[in-house]
Every structure is written in structure tokens, then in C-alpha cells.
Design a protein around this ligand. Structure first.
Ligand code: 9GP
Length: 833
């Protein structure tokens, strides 16, 4: 029973809601109304989840009326819109951001308090909407928040996965994956719109037909039909009336049952067919660096792209006077990575096969409509599809892609006459071995703009990944440095710091204009302000310490330095470099228990792709070695290691406000941007990092004095690699490093279980250490000594932390989206009255 249960024990059912002038009263009435009439619960028996649902519905009421107003304003003015196509949206919980953005957060909190409802229990009963893997999906979520906040007309399209990213647990240090059935009992945020369902086709074959005039009119026949039903989530802007839409498709079979099979008595077969069609939107693939060759993944991509394009066309054509002539004037489509790149061929198919436009006309529309964002340079992450698979799943699209490529290669040949190697380098079709389609090439050729996600990344994109495309299409490549929404990543997750900022700046509008934080810089030297700032950090650390106790059973001191690495588990992100350093510290302490060092709590949170064995071995190593360290009394609690299970948005919101140090330690040139680095800096954590991704720009903003940079630069990494990198050189040259690696390779930490960390040990030495962990170890360890020295000097540390918060306004996703809108989408804002 909640507190409310006893407070309201006598109330059986609420009366229908009456309008009230008092906002708190009116929200109370609305919540009670939903509790009674939407969920059939009385206050006496209501669980925290019932209260959550009723509160969410009350918030939704605010949003839906504004949503309708927004959509009709956009429709009436026939505005240009941005359609964001993304296979992932990592939304997290929606309650607080919905209330904040609807402007009813404080009133709702008060209403619930007056109703005697336990707020913490209420909000804890909301499941994360975890429809994404990591950075790419979370970026999409930040972007739709900024689009609405900037009054930009936009719709996000994606898939309504029944199962989001797996729930992670640890057993004996091993990662175990459990299904994330986040909407098994429904979700209050989605509005289903069967009236806008779309039928699309897939599989089948192409019949070569010639019309009476002898023109080739291919027919895509014997296809399998699918239906996509849209579920809309309102996306409110902050401090504005605009409410945009996130439209997620659920797949259904076209016919409820195969009647033939049914009549023959094959009822179960008939239902099975239906179930097969419905598997398309069942589950998110749990790999953040692409899934090559999986048929269901290709079907997911095509399904959501085809439904979305049909919907976009429907919306455009329903306006009188609109047609293909002005399609590209009204429609901008952003491809979030290559996952939706098939859209290029699908729109071409519609224009040529269904609308009978000629090639040049169709191609002009396509290249004016699409733009593409690249999120990675890692070769294994660049999507390729085998031609035989494509021929089976999308036979007509394959023909069209061949024709796109033929014409594209004509341009290449004209630019570099007689250069056959250039033809094969630039081709969309990779020959040799099994033929494959390079989706990144298709996306580049079919788009008018291609962007990287940080300045360094965009440079490398032009120089290394698409060198000839930059010459072939001058001006097509641009940079759009990533950003994060300051609403979720400061206002909502760190209310105490937000209140201090509002008080200090004397204005509450900084979440819409993050550059205002600059003014905090003036306070950075003031002892009183430093104390207030650090007192908030400490309260957040106490809260995180409780969470660590609850989730890991580890006691940590909030006075220790909280050293945080939270992100997907990947070799290139080098959680194992962090581990080597921890083991080195442990060894130093064992050799000298009186070693004078600032006590540290190392906080990890990370999911590994279920099939990524080395990443899972690193998780196990951190867990097992961490446990040994945590229980070793000889080191007097100076080191603690906590690996929090099931990293997700909600956990990030807890960890980030409590972090002192932010680990951004990827091998230079490998992390396209990173966005966790921005969230942590904004909340006053100092970065220890390489000159990689957006770290470079964070360093430029906060200044060299307020960041700990270490390790090789991109150029040095390249030079060392070209000279023939040998990890053993570093192993033999550094006594401590050698001892640490030998220790990990022994069975010291896993008595009776030999070779437990053999995969990790192998990757560092005989495996060639592909991410150059050994080469950067010493410089990393030295940077940590500098961290230790800085932390001892509390005023200095406080000043550095404040400077980080003050100077990272650039990394608001509002700035990023404004740049996209001006430079790529040509999209003016449309304020809603
Ligand atoms: O790895 C990048 C990460 O650096 C970036 O911040 C994020 C958003 O742009 O995208 C990640 N890439 C992917 O998740 C897929 O390649």
C-alpha cells in the first residue's frame, strides 16, 4: 500500500473531473479521474504503478491537445517538414520529461503530494523505453526533443519493438541477457492509429514486361504483404507549444488468418503465418555496430522505411496543390546511419514503377530529399548486404541499385578516365568473394549532404573513409558535432544543480539557451559558490552510493573520487585500459599499504552485444577482479570497483550527476563523437580522455587546464601502426605493466579456474592489441596521477568542475539541430500559437 492508500482509504471512486482554475486542483482531479475511469482503480487499492499510469494519462491530456494544435498549424500552412528515419530511439522514461516539457512538473508534484502519493515509488514503476543500443539511439531521442523545442516541424519514424535492448544481469561475474518486455502491460504514451496503417510488400520476383510501345515495365509480383500500424508518441518541446510526433511501426499480417489453410483445417498453420509477419517488430537487434547478413534485420529495415515513405507521401499528397513537383520542397528526410539507406531505392521504385516518372526526374527528387549521417569509421560497422539475400528479399530494389551504380560509375569514369581501381573503390557493389552491396556508398550517392558527428570524425570521414567521394561531390560532406538535450541531462536528472544554476544566473531559461551557463564561470573562484556546487555533487554521490549498495552490495564512501566509465562495452572504448590501471593501483597498494592516494570508486556500467565474446570476457574480468579488490582489507578501502548491472538511460541519470571523473579513453580515431562525454562534463565531471571524437572539442571549450588529456593522437596511432606495432615492446619495457598483465593472465583472481581471462590476455599480447592499450598505458597512468593531485586541492577541483559546467553550452543538441536545420534541411521554425 502506498501512503496514498491510507490517506485516501475511504474514497472509493472519484467524481468525473470538473474544470478548476487552480492548476494543482485541476491536475489532482485529472489524475483521480484517470485512476477511476481509465484504470478502474480506487485510491485505496492503487499501486504505485496505477498512480504512475493515471499521472501519465493526465500529462498526456496536456500533450495531445497541443499535438493536435501543432499538427493543424503545420497542415494549414503546408509547411516544409523534416522526417527523421532511425531504427533506434533510446528514450528512457518519459514521465518527468513530459511533465517538464508540458510545463506542469511542479504542479503535478504538488498534486501528488497532496494526494499522499509516494513520488519515488511512482516514478520507479515506469519502464525505460529502451528501443536503442547506445549513442546512436540516444542521439535520436535528444534530437527529437530539440526539434520540438526549436518549433521545427518534424516527425521521427522508427519501429515499435516489443522487446527493447536486453536486460543485463550478472551471474558469477558473467553477463546474462534477459528479454526486455517493456510494454507487456501496455504503455500510456502510445496512441495507436490503425486508420493510418500502411500495406507494403516484400520478397517475390520481378517479371520482365514490355508495354505496347516496347518500353520495359518490370513488375514486382508474387510478393508477401505486410501491414504496419503506427503508434504515435507525443514529443513536446520545452517552453513552447509545439508537440511533434514520434511514429513507431508495429508489424501485422495483412490477412488476420490464411483462410485457405483455415478451411483445410490448418488453423494452427494459419495463425503461424500471422505470427511470422508479426515477428518483424518483435525485437531490437542488440548490436550497436551493425548486424551484417541477418535476413530479419534487412526485413526490419525495409519494413519501417517502406511504411514511413508511404506515410510521408500520403501526408504530402493529401494537401491540395501538392504533387511530385513540390515534394522535395516540402519533404526533407534524414537517414540516421545507413540502416534506412534502402529508402533511396524504395523512393526510386515508387517514382519509376508506380508513378512513371523518368529516371532523371526521379533522381533529382531523391537527391534533393535525402541526407545521411555517418556515425562510425569502424570497418566492421559499415553495413554490407550479400547480393543473393537482397535478390531474394528485395529483387526489384537490387535491379534499381545496379542501375544507380551503373550511372554513378559513369560519373566516376568521367572524372578518372581509365582508372579501373577507382571504379571498384567507388562502386556501390563490392566484387570479389561474395558480391555485396555497400550501403554507405548508396547513402552517399543518393543524398545531397553527408555529415559526420564531430569535427575530427568528419575530417577522417573525408580523408580515410570516402576520400574520392569528397573529390567527386565537392561540398557534400559537412560536420555536425553531436549534442545532448540539456532538459533530460541536467534539468531533469540533476534538479539541485539546476536550481543552483537558475538562482545564480537569475533566470530560468538556460535549458533553452545553454550558452547562458558561461556566466557561471565568474563564480568559479568564489569559495561560497564552490561549496554550494560541491555540496550538490556530494548529495548526488550519497544517492549513487545507496544505489551501488542496493544493486551490487558494495559499500562505497561518498568522500572517495567517483571515477566513471559508462558506455557500451567495446574493445575500442578500452574498458580494459581502465582495468589495467585499476590492477596497477591495487598492486601499488599491496606493495605499499600506506601509499598516499585519494580513495577511488571505479564505477562501470556497460552492456556487451550477446555474441561479442571478448567484450563479455572483459565484463567478467572487471567483476571478478573488482570483487577481490573490494574484499581485500589490506588496502583499507582505498579502492572500490562497482559494475552496475543493466546500464540504461535511467541508470545514466543516476550516475552522471554523481561523477567526479569521466573516462573517455578510446583509441584516437575510433570514437566518432561520444555523447556521454558531454553529459558528464555538463554535470561537472572532469574528463580524462584521448584526443578522440568530441573530446577534442570539449577540450577546446573547457580549456587545457580543465581536462586531462593523454595518449597518442590520430597521427601517432597511424605512425605507430605503420611502423609495425608490437605490444610486446611495451610489455617488456614497462615492469609494472608486465606484472599487471601477467597477473591477469594467471589464475590468481579465479582460483581453480585457469585461463578465465585468456581471451583478454591474448588480445593484449599475441592478439596484437588492435586498440593499442599497451601503447597508451603509461601516459594514461600518469594522467591519473595528475587527477589525484588535482583532487586533493579541493578549491582547484571545484573550480575545474564548475568551469566544465559553465563552458559546455556548445554541446546542447539545440545547437546541433539548429545547424542541421540551417545547413542541411533548409527548415524554418513554425511557432504554434
Ligand atoms: O560510436 C558512435 C558514437 O561515437 C556517437 O556519439 C554516436 C552518435 O553519433 O554514434 C555511435 N555510432 C553508432 O552507434 C553506430 O555506429
Amino acid at each position: 500500500k502506498t501512503k496514498a492508500a491510507s490517506a485516501q482509504a475511504k474514497t472509493v471512486a472519484a467524481p468525473r473531473r470538473r474544470a478548476s482554475d487552480d492548476p494543482v486542483e485541476s491536475i489532482k482531479a485529472s489524475i483521480l479521474d484517470h485512476l477511476t475511469h481509465t484504470f478502474a482503480r480506487d485510491t485505496a487499492g492503487a499501486t504505485p504503478r496505477d498512480w504512475f499510469l493515471a499521472t501519465a494519462m493526465s500529462a498526456r491530456d496536456h500533450l495531445t491537445s497541443r499535438l493536435i494544435k501543432t499538427q493543424s498549424a503545420h497542415n494549414d500552412q503546408n509547411v516544409r517538414r523534416l522526417y527523421y528515419l532511425s531504427l533506434e530511439y533510446l528514450m528512457g522514461r518519459l514521465l518527468i520529461s513530459s511533465l517538464q516539457n508540458a510545463g506542469v512538473y511542479d504542479h503535478t508534484r504538488q498534486a501528488l503530494e497532496e494526494l499522499g502519493v509516494d513520488w519515488e515509488a511512482l516514478r520507479a514503476s515506469e519502464d525505460d523505453m529502451g528501443l536503442g543500443n547506445g549513442g546512436l539511439g540516444r542521439l535520436a531521442a535528444c534530437f527529437i526533443d530539440s526539434l520540438a523545442t526549436l518549433d521545427l516541424p518534424a516527425i521521427g519514424y522508427g519501429i515499435n519493438y516489443e522487446f527493447g535492448l536486453f536486460r543485463q544481469a550478472f551471474e558469477n561475474g558473467h553477463q546474462v541477457e534477459n528479454p526486455d518486455s517493456w510494454m507487456i502491460y501496455g504503455t500510456p504514451w502510445e496512441l495507436m492509429h490503425p486508420e493510418y496503417q500502411q500495406e507494403v510488400q516484400i520478397y517475390g520476383e520481378v517479371e520482365n514486361v514490355f508495354d505496347d510501345s516496347g518500353n520495359y515495365r518490370p513488375q514486382w509480383v508474387n510478393t508477401h504483404k505486410l501491414v504496419g500500424v503506427p503508434n504515435d508518441i507525443p514529443v513536446p518541446g520545452y517552453g513552447t507549444e509545439t508537440v511533434n510526433i514520434l511514429r513507431l511501426w508495429t508489424s501485422h499480417a495483412t490477412e488476420p488468418l490464411d483462410l485457405n489453410a483455415f478451411n483445410e483445417g490448418g488453423y494452427v498453420e494459419a495463425v503461424r503465418n500471422k505470427a511470422t509477419s508479426e515477428t518483424i517488430s518483435k525485437v531490437l537487434y542488440p548490436n550497436d555496430k551493425t548486424e551484417n547478413g541477418k535476413e530479419l534485420r534487412l526485413v526490419q529495415q525495409y519494413f519501417f522505411v517502406a511504411c514511413s515513405l508511404k506515410d510521408i507521401i500520403r501526408r504530402h499528397m493529401r494537401v491540395e496543390g501538392n504533387g511530385w513537383h513540390n515534394f522535395a520542397d516540402k519533404v526533407a528526410v534524414q537517414l540516421n546511419d545507413t540502416h534506412p539507406a534502402i529508402a533511396v531505392a524504395e523512393l526510386l521504385r515508387i517514382l519509376i514503377d508506380e508513378e512513371s516518372l523518368d529516371w532523371d526526374e526521379a533522381w533529382a527528387i531523391i537527391t534533393k530529399t535525402f541526407a545521411y549521417t555517418n556515425h562510425t569509421l569502424l570497418p566492421e560497422a559499415l553495413e554490407k548486404w550479400g547480393v543473393p539475400l537482397y535478390a531474394r528479399v528485395l529483387p526489384r530494389h537490387l535491379q534499381l541499385i545496379y542501375e544507380i551504380n551503373r550511372r554513378h560509375l559513369e560519373t566516376v569514369a568521367a572524372k578518372w578516365p581509365g582508372d579501373n581501381e577507382m571504379l571498384s573503390t567507388c562502386s556501390i557493389v563490392e566484387e570479389g568473394g561474395g558480391k555485396q552491396l555497400r550501403m554507405a556508398h548508396l547513402a552517399v550517392v543518393g543524398s545531397h549532404a553527408v555529415n559526420g558527428v564531430a569535427a575530427l570524425h568528419t575530417e577522417l570521414l573525408k580523408k580515410d573513409l570516402f576520400p574520392y567521394f569528397d573529390t567527386l561531390f565537392p561540398g557534400k560532406f559537412r560536420n555536425k558535432t553531436n549534442g545532448i538535450t540539456p532538459r533530460r541531462w541536467l534539468l531533469d536528472c540533476n534538479p539541485a544543480l539546476s536550481a543552483l544554476i537558475t538562482k545564480t544566473l537569475g533566470r530560468p531559461d538556460w535549458p533553452r539557451n545553454l550558452d547562458l551557463l558561461q556566466a557561471l564561470g565568474k563564480e568559479a573562484d568564489q569559495p561560497a559558490f564552490q561549496q554550494e556546487f560541491m555540496a550538490i555533487k556530494r548529495v548526488n554521490k550519497v544517492a549513487l552510493a545507496e544505489t551501488i549498495q542496493e544493486l551490487c552490495g558494495i559499500e562505497v564512501s561518498p568522500d572517495a573520487l567517483f571515477d566513471v566509465q559508462i558506455k557500451r562495452l567495446h574493445e575500442y572504448k578500452r574498458q580494459h585500459l581502465n582495468l589495467l590501471h585499476i590492477v596497477a593501483l591495487y598492486r601499488r597498494l599491496l606493495q605499499n599499504p600506506d601509499l598516499d592516494m585519494v580513495p577511488r570508486v571505479f564505477v562501470f556500467a556497460a552492456k556487451a552485444a550477446p555474441g561479442y565474446d571478448l567484450a563479455k570476457n572483459i565484463i567478467r574480468a572487471i567483476n571478478v577482479i573488482g570483487a577481490r579488490i573490494n574484499h581485500d582489507e589490506r588496502i583499507q578501502g582505498k579502492l572500490k570497483v562497482a559494475f552496475l548491472p543493466n546500464y540504461r538511460v535511467t541508470l545514466a541519470e543516476k550516475i552522471i550527476p554523481a561523477a567526479d571523473l569521466s573516462e573517455q579513453i578510446s583509441t584516437a580515431g575510433k570514437e566518432a563523437s561520444g555523447t556521454g562525454n558531454m553529459k558528464l562534463a555538463l554535470n561537472g565531471a572532469l574528463t580524462i580522455g584521448t584526443l578522440d571524437g568530441a573530446n577534442v572539442e570539449i577540450g577546446e571549450e573547457v580549456g587545457d587546464d580543465n581536462i586531462f588529456i593523454f595518449g597518442m593522437t590520430v597521427e601517432e596511432v597511424e605512425a605507430v601502426r605503420n611502423a609495425g606495432y608490437r605490444p610486446y615492446d611495451f610489455y617488456y619495457a614497462d615492469e609494472e605493466l608486465r606484472a599487471v598483465i601477467d597477473w591477469i593472465g594467471s589464475d590468481y583472481f579465479t582460483p581453480g579456474e585457469r585461463h578465465a581471462f585468456a581471451p583478454l590476455h591474448h588480445s593484449l599480447l599475441d592478439g596484437g592489441d588492435p586498440y593499442m592499450v599497451l601503447a597508451d598505458f603509461r601516459s594514461y597512468s600518469d594522467a591519473h596521477l595528475a587527477v589525484d593531485a588535482a583532487y586533493r586541492d579541493s578549491p582547484r577541483w571545484a573550480k575545474m568542475a564548475i568551469m566544465n559546467t559553465a563552458r559546455v553550452g556548445k554541446f546542447s543538441s539545440d545547437r546541433t539541430i539548429r545547424e542541421y536545420a540551417e545547413d542541411i534541411w533548409n527548415l524554418p521554425p513554425v511557432p504554434v500559437k
